[in-house]
Design a protein around this ligand. Sequence first.
Ligand SMILES: [Zn+2]
Ligand SMILES: [Zn+2]
Length: 180
Amino acid sequence: MTAAIFFVAYGLQVQCLKMAASEGTAIEQSGSLNQTDGYEKKCIFCKIVNKEVDTEVIYFDEELACFKDIKPGAPHHYLVVPMKHIGNCKSLKKDHAPLVEKMVEVGKAMLQKNGITDLNDIRLGFHWPPFCSVTHLHLHVLAPASLMGFTSRIFYRPDSYWFITAEQLLQRLNSFNENT
Ligand SMILES: [Zn+2]
Ligand SMILES: [Zn+2]
């Protein structure tokens, strides 16, 4: 790894941890002691979907919820999360693929509902641990991708080792054998 890449990556991680902290989100400690039945009491996203905090949930069904990212990286920036606390994208198994697909569908539907017509100019994906280690699985939905600023382009950069697009994650999950 060159020094330059290291510093970009390191800076990114620090920034992400700050973002996570500013969201009031518990950073993942090794092993989660507070998890009971899909609800983790220190998790801000669990609080949001259970309407314990003031964040406006703009969509929800029995499985998923959607709300705006508090630090938008593009004119439209939504987060789609499962109602139940599920860990980060690295921990997902093959049988999570339908859930991820549904997260993508909801993300696209939210964009369309809010006036985005060019679904080729969007960015959908997940931060790869340890970058942005907010524990609760969340899909970043950004549009238009062409209007993302310099920092956002780095933060949500496809083919980087800190961000995986929804498409790449689905390929990964579908490449797994059953039960792995
Ligand atoms: Zn949670
Ligand atoms: Zn994130």
